[in-house]
Design a protein around this ligand. Structure first.
Ligand SMILES: Cc1cc2nc3c(=O)[nH]c(=O)nc-3n(C[C@H](O)[C@H](O)[C@H](O)COP(=O)(O)O)c2cc1C
Length: 150
């Protein structure tokens, strides 16, 4: 059975909430998941074959704790997907797109395989909540990921 490691970094709870909903959705589709908080250094089994990262962007960068977590991974040959929460529009200064591309590159350089294009979850203000319709966005991501893993 596929084992999906869902690792989240979150200051105001938006990424945590999305990661929790996503984990439940995957479980209801018959996948095994491990939901871990990066900030709390939670332990996980190395049995995973797919990693889904939920992380905010701050000051035009993916937050440092997320980047550090990824540096510490031994993920060669394993799949990944990124879910980035952000406040700025995608075409604005401080857009999450460039920092997300940097993170993608650092993961592919490690030999990881991107399963699905990055998902962007906009928050209404810095503290959230996520904009209307984010649950649908997460369901679509789950559809795409399950399809990729078939
Ligand atoms: C100090 C600070 C800097 C931020 N910088 C950015 C930024 O550069 N680009 C952006 O799109 N959003 C930025 N935001 C909004 C965060 O992305 C938003 O707070 C985050 O997605 C919320 O997720 P969380 O509840 O999981 O922490 C910033 C927020 C804070 C508090």
């Amino acid at each position: 059975m596929k084992n999906v490691l869902i690792a989240y970094m979150s200051y105001f709870g938006n990424s945590r909430k999305c990661a929790g909903l996503f984990s439940e959705d995957l479980k209801s589709r018959g996948l095994e998941t491990q939901l871990v908080s990066i900030k709390d250094n939670e332990e996980y089994s190395e049995e995973w074959d797919t990693l889904v990262i939920f992380s905010p962007v701050r000051m035009g960068r993916i937050v440092g704790k997320t980047r550090k977590f990824i540096r510490s991974l031994n993920g060669s040959g394993k799949n990944f997907a990124l879910v980035i929460s952000h406040g700025a529009d995608l075409d604005q200064r401080f857009s999450p797109v460039k920092p997300t591309k940097k993170l993608q590159t650092s993961m592919t350089v490690k030999g990881m395989i991107e399963a699905v294009d990055p998902t962007y979850i906009k928050v209404v203000s810095s503290e959230g909540p996520p904009v209307e319709g984010f649950e649908d966005t997460l369901r679509e991501l789950a559809d795409s990921l399950v399809n990729f893993l078939k």
